[in-house]
Write a new protein. Sequence first.
Length: 120
Amino acid sequence: MNFIYSDFEAVKNAALQFSGAEESVSHNGTPSIKVNGKLMCRLHEDGTFVPIRLGFEQRDFYLEKYPEIFHLPEHYRNYPYLCFWLPLRDKKLLHEILEISWKMLATKKQISDWEKGLNS
């Protein structure tokens, strides 16, 4: 384990604005964010990147559009995850992928409330 918890801080703070998102601990004690108990993203144990849950179609889009930011280690090829290098300085892009991930894990009511501006 070679990670520094503070490297995940910006991702964590951005993700926690979504309803149902909560801090957790995942693989090998790494910090993570779960939505309704399901893994949204986590700091990889080597501390250099964050795997985030995205659909396969979205994953391919971001890999092609931002090859300098996103990558796909062999281990993740068969899973609906995409990995991004830290730090991800583009706050708008970070919010965009976190929202896509969150919508995959949130309830219909949480999504409806979010879209109406009732997020808590």
